[in-house]
Design a protein around this ligand. Sequence first.
Ligand code: NAD
Length: 358
Amino acid sequence: MKTYRITLLRGDGIGPEIVREAVKVLDTTAAAFGFSVEYTEALLGGCAIDATGVPLPEETIASCKASDSVLLGAVGGPKWDTQPGNNRPEAGLLGIRGALGLFANLRPAVIFEPLRSASPLKEEIIGDAMDIMIVRELTGGIYFGKRGSLEENGVAAAFDTEQYSVTEIERIGRVAFEMAMKRSKRLTSVDKANVLESSRLWRKTMIALSEEYPEVELNHLYVDNCAMQLVRDPKQFDVIVTSNIFGDILSDEASMISGSIGMLASASLNSTKLGLYEPIHGSAPDIAGKGIANPLATILSVAMMLRYSLDEPKAAEAIETAVAQVLQTTRTPDIWTEGTRKVTTEEMGDAVCALIGK
Ligand code: NAD
């Protein structure tokens, strides 16, 4: 029987509560599909600061590197807000992304049919379903470029630099084209090529790369137009590829369209199969310990892990189908509506497990 090694980074706030349910679902899925999972626990974020003084201990990096994949709950909370910037829980998050070379961030923005009314957009705009995959470059661009502060004629000034190499653009481009090949073969590349030199290189490189993927229909949008189109007609999009900063903003916008922060998963991948999988939401300190957090984003992160790191697509689909089914009758308080059963975090995990492979 195949055994996968997973490092669990439960993190802070609701992190341990939602990871517990995701592990339960993964174990149930493993039993149904004939593989097993070995877990290693490691510390990241506030809990790591409390135990070791730093948000990302060396042992955590070593454990993640020795794993087939990593599952993260969430980090942070008011307890650590007074830490200096480079020792905050979030610094641990950036650190682990860098240490594992996670250059591709996949952020699906999906609306599950039973939750259509949770979207702030009108139902006729959303249509029958919304299913967008945003592929964001995660380790380059302006967040990592040259920056500084200076004084010009006695006035304080500051600068940040957007820089991309062809190698970096090709690397993220390939992830996006491959993704488009597995989906509807439509890819939108987002840039600001009417103004930025780095965007002109981005566009030129994407066009050159498209010759390797003749089946994929590639189109280009300026980022301001894309931001507008996402709320005007989100159905037009399937896979979107973009730079670090544009992806940061557009993926938050797209996830808002789904209306339920507790439902959205994400994956960050490197050039091997290793990935870090986590819900897009934070540690929700306001509801931590109350047993009411929605574990579905973390459970759907496990489905992404099975698909993108562990090559178990049938197991991934079983989880996604179970989640879609469970939502018809069963909801945690954040997505509860009249006529459905209101459940705790643990009961939601049990409800998904009960439907796996059924
Ligand atoms: P948040 O996502 O934690 O919470 C925003 C709101 O959504 C809160 O009202 C919360 O109760 C609710 N919410 C979030 N997840 C939920 C879930 N699964 N079920 C039900 N309700 C849910 O964002 P925030 O309040 O801005 O940040 C709280 C902490 O999390 C901060 O310390 C922040 O830095 C950290 N954070 C961490 C990550 C991460 O670990 N990747 C991401 C974002 C924020």
